[in-house]
Design a protein around this ligand. Structure first.
Ligand code: URA
Length: 433
């Protein structure tokens, strides 16, 4: 086989065989195929796409490039969850204890946040003492003992993705549905769960800007997962505005805890219950997602999910008292309100810009080596359809300095777009695939 021929074949819009795809992935990971040829191939895939056979072959070759996690020692059907990322998306912090409290074993690996969306690992690390670095033995032991564990991805989990993603990032080939699907699903398959629920977001604050692309991505991932012998389902959910109010690591953990106490924002509560209900059904503990939702609702109202969260924090070295005393989190030096200047109904929110504002304050990172400041971020209150009048508090900025807060305040004021007529918001959960 010649790499040149495989690039040519894809450039002409022909399908590659599974052997040809494996040859490319193996050769690239070994270092035999140079970046310039792999970039050309990624660009050919970007323009020509892949059929489901090719996308599945790509995903499986990526899985086989590194270690896989064997969860078979943990009894029961293991169900994982993945979100394609959004602003204020702290659903994992709510969903995982909800399902674990219903008896679904949770043994999850997660990634760090990059760009305008946050990562679950960074959020959890804002809890004093919480460690996401666990040995394989600790990981499996905790899952067996308390039914919930979350750790960072091991260094050798899908090395093909680490190399390919870095290359795509520099060659304008990130936004390719089969390449995104291969990247996400390979990590889910390698992490060992039997079933996976995907939360595929669309809108200004999401990776996929419109619902059509999000639907194609969701369908591709579900198809690959099912062809690989696991059960995958997806929800398409809107990211036209932040989820909940908090954007920033410890602010988000506090909001998740409040949600587990039954006092959470309605959008975060609704999406968490839907995802968790689906996971309980996929684990075989409920006949359908609706019955699953009734079970997780009960785990929320009787306090079992909050107890599970507290156990989880303690098991990973975190201070469990944070559940009762939020002053134990690092506190921002400067907290400043932002008020509305105009009157009208909120028609549109620049959700991505809000994520970038939080990142500018230090809540996120541009590059993986950047340092996170857990205490900073924004609490942003209005939702699409809210009526505002001058003087209403629209946000609260948590910053490290007055200068940072002033910059954030100026940017925040441009994020809210008002209409003279009432505005009806779109439903948060659009479809199930
Ligand atoms: N997230 C991933 O993990 N991979 C992609 O390619 C895009 C988003």
């Amino acid at each position: 086989m010649r790499v040149y021929d495989l690039i040519w074949k894809k450039r002409q819009g022909q399908a590659l065989t599974a052997d040809e795809i494996r040859y490319l992935i193996d050769g690239y990971v070994r270092g035999d195929i140079p970046d310039y040829q792999m970039s050309a191939w990624c660009m050919a895939v970007f323009f020509q796409g892949m059929n489901f056979e090719e996308a599945t072959a790509l995903t499986l070759a990526m899985v086989e490039s590194g270690d896989t996690v064997d969860l078979s020692s943990i009894p029961g059907i293991k169900v994982d969850k993945h979100s394609t990322g959004g602003v204020g998306d702290k659903t994992s912090l709510v969903v995982l204890p909800l399902v674990a409290a219903c008896g679904v074993p949770v043994a999850k690996m997660s990634g760090r946040g990059l760009g305008h969306t946050g990562g679950t690992l960074d959020k959890l690390e804002s809890i004093p003492g919480f460690s996401v670095t666990l040995s394989r033995e600790q990981f499996l032991k905790q899952a067996a003992e308390i039914g919930i564990v979350l750790a960072g991805q091991t260094a050798n989990l899908v090395p093909a993705d680490k190399k390919l993603y870095a290359l795509r990032d520099l060659t304008a080939t990130i936004e390719s549905i089969p390449l995104i699907a291969g990247s996400i699903v390979s990590k889910k398959l390698a992490s060992g769960a039997d079933a996976v629920v995907l939360d595929v977001k669309y809108g200004d604050g999401a990776f996929m800007k419109n619902i059509e692309d999000a639907r194609r991505l969701a369908e591709t991932m579900v198809e690959i997962g099912n062809r690989a012998g696991r059960r995958f389902r997806a929800l398409l959910t809107s990211m036209e505005q932040p989820l909940g109010y908090a954007v920033g690591n410890s602010l988000e953990v506090v909001e998740a805890v409040e949600t587990l106490k039954g006092n959470g924002p309605s959008d975060l509560t609704e999406i968490s219950l839907k995802l968790a209900g689906l996971m309980v059904a996929m684990a075989g503990l409920a006949d359908d997602p609706e019955t699953g939702e009734t079970m997780v609702r009960q785990a929320l109202s009787n306090g079992n999910a909050l107890t599970k969260f507290t156990q989880w924090v303690a098991a990973q070295g975190g201070n469990p008292k944070i559940v009762r005393d939020y002053s134990l989190f690092a506190q921002a030096r400067v907290v400043r309100p932002v008020t509305a200047e105009d009157e009208g109904w909120v028609e549109r929110i620049d959700c991505r810009e809000l994520g970038l504002i939080a990142m500018g304050l230090g809540a996120g990172r541009n590059r993986l080596e950047d340092r996170i400041h857990p205490e900073v971020g924004v609490r942003f209150f209005p939702k699409i359809g809210t009526y505002l009048k001058p003087g209403d508090v629209v946000a609260e900025i948590h910053a490290r300095s007055e200068a940072d807060a002033a910059i954030a305040k100026k940017r925040l004021k441009t994020c809210i777009h008002l209409a003279a007529q009432p505005v009806r918001p779109e439903p948060l959960i659009k479809e199930m695939i």
